[in-house]
Design a protein around this ligand. Structure first.
Ligand SMILES: *Cc1c(COP(=O)(O)O)cnc(C)c1O
Length: 357
């Protein structure tokens, strides 16, 4: 008789996890592979961390994250009831998929986009259908005017850096009154225009932003969603069915300090945009082509040298950028915008390297 063993594995939820950009522990590298901010967070964030009273950690934090939701609501001209805060926008997006994508019809998103969307869809067993970007990496809005169980689009898109105006999304939202449309605005602070004003008009539009890129706080983990009070209520119902205390007290206070220093925020984002424009010029001179970026990264392909070769050469010299071995984009590198000094080192290296090719 054969005894059946190890059948427990049949009941395991098996997933292929998202692969994040490498986080080298050596600080001497030039790290341009995960779109982090090269500047420190607002000085007030440091003050909060220094002055934080550890006795407060005895108690559970505020499950409603009211103080931070209120600060964000004020900044965006919304009410606190229109804001949901989570542990980075990855947490907010994962929670939104679970809450709003609950149909037998497939959800829609571009073929080239944030590579977490298909991972969440698989995790929750949500059917999905990828819509191909056109040959210039632009979204075709007709593709989002068919039967669907929801829509999620990053704007500006990642890793392409391509941006569309809010009017473009208004057409998509208008055409989909039966679905929730999520616009992931992780990079909107680098020259794009937000869809937030549209949420007063469309109950089914959810806009997601993060502190990780433009607020130099990837390590703190804060993301948030903005939408109609009804959408936010549904999102909170799911969150409170999962984990009431996602946001810790230190993070809430530091997040408020960041939001309240608008001046510093504008200064560092303007600086990154300036560095980006200078980097574009030099990359073009070195025979790179790239879609015009409105983000803190550039998605570039060299006219003659394969991306994998350039990636390997950069890597050997402790310069980290991102490369995906995926159809349509295998010949591109995503290069985050660092400081002027970092970009000069990278561009000088590329200039010498390409000369020898
Ligand atoms: C970085 C990024 C996120 C996630 O950011 P968090 O650090 O989890 O806030 C979400 N969407 C896109 C498109 C991103 O690039």
């Amino acid at each position: 008789m054969v005894i059946d063993i190890m059948n427990w594995e049949n009941n395991v939820r098996k997933v292929v996890p998202y692969v994040a950009g490498e986080q080298p522990q050596n600080n001497n590298v030039i790290k341009l592979n995960t779109n982090e901010c090269p500047y420190p967070p607002a000085p007030e964030v440091q003050s909060v961390l220094h002055g934080f009273d550890s006795c407060l950690l005895r108690k559970y934090p505020d499950p409603d994250v009211s103080e931070l939701a209120a600060a964000l609501a004020k900044r965006h001209g919304l009410s606190k009831e229109q804001v949901f805060v989570g542990v980075g926008s990855d947490d907010v997006l994962a929670m939104s998929f679970l809450t709003f994508f609950n149909s037998d019809k497939p959800i829609l998103f571009p073929d080239i986009t944030y590579s977490f969307y298909d991972v969440w869809a698989d995790l929750y067993k949500i059917p999905y259908e990828c819509q191909p970007l056109d040959e210039n990496f632009r979204i075709r809005k007709e593709d989002y005017q068919k039967q669907n169980g929801g829509i999620v689009i990053a704007n500006p898109n990642a890793p392409t850096g391509v941006w569309e105006a809010p009017s473009f999304f208004e057409e998509i939202v208008k055409a989909n009154p039966d679905s929730v449309v999520i616009v992931d605005e992780a990079y909107v602070d680098f020259g794009g225009e937000s869809c937030v004003p549209l949420i007063e008009k469309y109950e089914n539009l959810l806009v997601v932003q993060t502190f990780s890129k433009s607020r130099a706080l990837a390590g703190l983990r804060i993301g948030y969603a903005m939408g109609s009070e009804k959408l936010i209520r549904y999102l909170n119902d799911v969150k409170f069915s999962f984990n009431s205390y996602t946001m810790n007290g230190v993070t809430i206070k530091a997040g408020v300090a960041s939001v309240e220093n608008e001046e510093y925020f504008r200064r560092i984002t303007a600086k990154i945009m300036e560095t980006r424009e200078n980097t574009k010029k030099r990359l073009a001179e070195l025979d790179f082509i790239f879609p015009d970026s409105k983000t803190n990264f550039i998605f570039a392909s060299h006219k003659h040298v394969p991306a994998q070769e350039i990636f390997d050469a950069l890597r050997k010299n402790e310069i980290y950028v991102r490369h995906w071995n995926k159809p349509r984009i295998e010949n591109y590198l995503r290069i985050s915008v660092g400081t002027d000094e970092e970009m000069k080192t990278v561009l000088d290296f590329l200039e010498n390297y390409l000369k020898e090719k």
